[in-house]
Every structure is written in structure tokens, then in C-alpha cells.
Design a protein around this ligand. Structure first.
Ligand SMILES: *Cc1c(COP(=O)(O)O)cnc(C)c1O
Length: 455
């Protein structure tokens, strides 16, 4: 390189001095970063442009569409047309983690199974589907198709499909967002194009094509696929581009999870307050999904909830962006880190333009996890609980171990529980996996099993 790249006026060497964590990231070592810019909730909220009102608005919109889902996707009938996932305790996994890592995890351990969300089997069924619905609602209103009080099953009609067929929806994705946007848009009658990064699994592309979705494949990573999609859509008023790197709509779609979780916690008699903190571990790619969920959780539980982003050691863009405060102005490739990981849903080298910024005063921290560890955890969870997830979804499973070990995360847990870690409820957000074909899952499992046996 002839001239050295600067980051907010600083050289890489200067950044390394200021933020020693850069050396750990460069070495692709697992690490935990505790956020020293986190503020008490009331103060953080005062600085934030988004509010609980925005979460409630998104929630109301999804409630309006419940009537549509019951008609268009009969599998959602049993939940009244609401797409929601179960949460459950995983005591056998808790014991397996304690044994495998030689720690004691004194609190409760629960899992939130977004892996089993209807329609697209991942956390993307929250934000991705929400943004398509909002787009459809906006168009229907503009065309005078929708009147106050109309039942939303009218969206599943020839008249609506005819109008939507004049519009197109486009998105860039590592796979799961494409799956959610593709399935939902095609069902409503939109033309839809999904720009898939090299990480995207073949079965996801095949499934989309079988539903009439145009899939454009790239040999490059996620950022390139998004950029190309954005460029294709530019200047076309009949094309809506779902911008995973910038979309506030996606973010708010994800945030609704928190309102639903509150109910589930109550139903299960789990108290969350200052004395009984909730620690949540969220696998993070570009940040919209886990950021949106964490935002909702903070709105609902305030200082009683503590959220961590979990990322692969080769793709820890959010940790890099938040720790340096550079957010999306730096990427892991700037440090010579390759953004190659088996966790295809997390294979993102540059974080969202706004999530790190908005969430900076709210987040507790980030940690990174190796591919081998995610893989081994996949097999351990399958053995212990019979729950099969895709590799990305295991990133959060290491959080309870870190909070119970002897590092920075443990110190944090001791602090928030007043030295009584048994009061903590740990919630692992499992973000995908129920739609992975059996043959693929066998390979994931076999690879992970081998690692647990050699360790
Ligand atoms: C996309 C995805 C994530 C992370 O969501 P982002 O919005 O990219 O941060 C986590 N897990 C799975 C399985 C995903 O598909």
C-alpha cells in the first residue's frame, strides 16, 4: 500500500496502542470485551432517538397481520397468526457445560428457540418478515386497497397480488435473511431478488429458487452482496431494497421479541429485576437482529437485563467497531482477519452503520468464540437436549460458561448479582437451524462430535 489507511485520523498502530484488544482480534483469539461506555438505563434512554413507542408500533403492525398469517400460513393457526418461538430450560446442557468446561453455573439456564420460528426457521423471521409486511402495508394504503378496519386476510387476495407483482423487493444476505424476505415476498406476490454471499448454503438457494425467487450468487462476502443489491435497486421507485446494514425497520421488527419474551418469562414464573438479573447472549452478524432484540429487552427490563453480542473470532466486526468507537468505519479485513467461519449467519466483516452507535450505552459487552467451539457446542446440545441448531446459533451458548469462569465476564456477573450468581437467569438466544436439511445437520453434528471426543 502506498499511503497508509487512516481510521478517524488514526493509523492502525495508533489504534493498537489505544485499544490493545485489536491485537487479540488480529491473533483470532477468543476474548471478552466489557463495554465501558454503558450507561444506567435512564441515561442511555435519554440519549436514544428510538423509544418503546417504536417497539409498540411494530408490535401492533404484526398483530394486524396475524389475520393474514392464519390464512396464508395455516401452520401459524395454533398461535393465532403470531410468529413466535418457545423458550425452555436446558438443565442437561447446563450440566454438560459444567462438566466440559470445569465450571459451576449457579444460576438458571434457558434457551430461546428462534431456530424454530415458523416460515423461515431463524431469527430473520422477525425483522425480515416484518420489513416485507410494512412495505406491503405502505403500498396497499398508497393504492387505496386497504381501509381502516379491514381484516388483513385481504392481503392474501388476487387484487393485492396483482398490485404487488408490479413491485420488487431486493436484499443482500448470507442466507437466512434472504430466506425470510424471499419466502414472505414471494407469497405476497412481489417479484423478489436475493443477492447471496459466498457463505450462503446451497440448500437455501435451492429452496428460494423453488419458490420463484431470483437468486444472484457472489463469490465475495456479505458486504459485496449487499452493496450490489443496493446498487441494483437504486433509482427504481418500484423496488424496495431491504438494507440489512442500515434498516431501522428491520431493527424494530426484531425488537418486538422482547414484549413476547416478557410474557413467556412471567408464564414460567421467572422474576427479572435488579436483584434477579437476566443475562442474554445473542449471536451477532451485522447486528440488526441481536441489536434489535437487545434494544427491545432494554426497553422492557431496563437495568435488570444485560445483553452480550457473540461473534466468531474471524468475524467479530461488532466487537471491533464498538470497542474502537469506529463502528462501521473499520472492518475485520482491515486487521488482516479473513471473515471466514462455519457460522455462515455471522460471516460479516463490517458491522451495521447504526446498531453499534445506538446500542453503545445499552450493551454490556461482546465476546468472540472459535469455530471449533461452536461446532463442539452444537454436538453437545444435540446430545444433552436433542436440540439441533446451525453453527451460528451456538455462539450464544458459550456466554454462561464465560459468566461462570474466571475472566472479565465472570467479574461482570459477580458485580450485577452482588456476589450471588445463583440469582442470575442466563438466556441463550438460539438463532437458527430447524430448516437445515437432515444430511447437512448430520455433517455438522459429526464434525462437532469428533471435537468433543478429542478434547
Ligand atoms: C443473521 C443471523 C444472526 C445475526 O443477525 P444479524 O442481524 O446479522 O446480526 C445470527 N444467527 C443466525 C442463524 C443468523 O442467520
Amino acid at each position: 500500500m502506498c499511503s497508509e489507511q487512516l481510521f478517524n485520523g488514526k493509523t492502525l498502530d495508533r489504534l493498537r496502542e489505544e485499544f490493545p484488544i485489536l491485537r487479540t482480534i488480529e491473533a483470532r483469539q477468543e476474548t471478552t470485551w466489557i463495554n465501558d461506555r454503558k450507561l444506567p438505563f435512564a441515561q442511555a434512554l435519554a440519549e436514544c432517538s428510538l423509544t418503546m413507542e417504536d417497539v409498540l408500533d411494530a408490535s401492533d403492525r404484526l398483530d394486524r397481520f396475524a389475520d393474514y398469517f392464519r390464512t396464508a400460513f395455516p401452520e401459524t393457526e395454533k398461535t393465532g397468526g403470531i410468529l413466535e418461538s418457545p423458550m425452555q430450560p436446558i438443565p442437561r446442557m447446563q450440566a454438560a457445560l459444567e462438566e466440559a468446561y470445569g465450571v459451576s453455573i449457579p444460576g438458571k439456564l434457558w434457551i430461546k428457540l428462534d431456530s424454530h420460528l415458523p416460515i423461515s426457521g431463524s431469527i430473520k423471521a422477525r425483522g425480515g418478515i416484518y420489513e416485507v409486511l410494512k412495505t406491503a402495508e405502505d403500498i396497499a394504503i398508497r393504492h387505496g386497497l386497504l381501509h381502516p378496519g379491514d381484516p388483513y386476510r385481504v392481503f392474501d387476495s388476487q387484487a393485492f397480488r396483482e398490485v404487488f407483482s408490479r413491485y420488487s423487493i431486493a436484499v443482500g444476505s448470507t442466507g437466512n435473511l434472504g430466506l425470510s424476505i424471499g419466502i414472505m415476498s414471494a407469497r405476497l406476490g412481489f417479484q423478489v431478488t436475493v443477492h447471496m454471499s459466498a457463505d450462503a448454503r446451497q440448500w437455501k438457494k435451492d429452496m428460494l429458487r423453488s419458490k420463484g425467487v431470483t437468486v444472484v450468487e457472489y463469490e465475495s462476502d456479505y458486504s459485496v452482496a449487499v452493496e450490489q443489491g443496493r446498487r441494483d435497486a437504486q433509482g427504481n421507485p418500484y423496488c424496495h431494497f431491504v438494507d440489512d446494514e442500515n434498516s431501522q425497520t428491520l431493527f424494530l421488527g426484531y425488537s418486538v421479541a422482547a414484549l413476547r419474551l416478557k410474557k413467556q418469562l412471567e408464564e414460567n414464573h421467572i422474576v427479572v429485576d435488579r436483584n434477579n438479573p437476566l443475562m442474554v447472549y445473542l449471536p451477532c452478524g451485522v447486528g440488526g437482529g441481536p441489536g434489535g432484540v437487545a434494544f427491545g429487552l432494554k426497553m422492557v427490563f431496563g437495568d435488570a437485563v444485560h445483553c452480550f453480542f457473540a461473534e466468531p473470532t474471524h468475524s467479530c466486526c461488532m466487537m471491533l467497531g464498538m470497542a474502537t468507537g469506529l463502528n462501521n468505519e473499520i472492518c475485520v479485513q482491515d486487521l488482516g482477519v479473513d471473515n471466514l467461519t462455519i457460522a455462515d449467519g455471522l460471516a460479516v466483516g463490517r458491522a451495521s452503520s447504526f446498531v453499534g452507535k445506538v446500542m453503545s450505552p445499552f450493551m454490556s459487552g461482546c465476546y468472540s468464540i472459535s469455530d471449533d467451539r461452536m461446532s463442539a457446542l452444537l454436538a453437545r446440545l444435540a446430545d444433552a437436549e436433542g436440540i439441533y441448531l446451525e453453527p451460528s446459533a451456538l455462539a450464544g451458548m458459550y456466554g454462561p460458561v464465560l459468566a461462570s469462569g474466571d475472566g472479565a465476564c465472570r467479574d461482570y456477573a459477580d458485580r450485577i448479582s452482588g456476589g450471588e450468581p445463583g440469582r442470575i437467569t442466563h438466556l441463550v438466544w438460539a438463532t437458527g437451524g430447524s430448516m437445515v436439511p437432515a444430511g447437512e445437520m448430520e455433517k455438522y453434528y459429526a464434525a462437532g462430535k469428533k471435537l468433543t471426543e478429542s478434547a
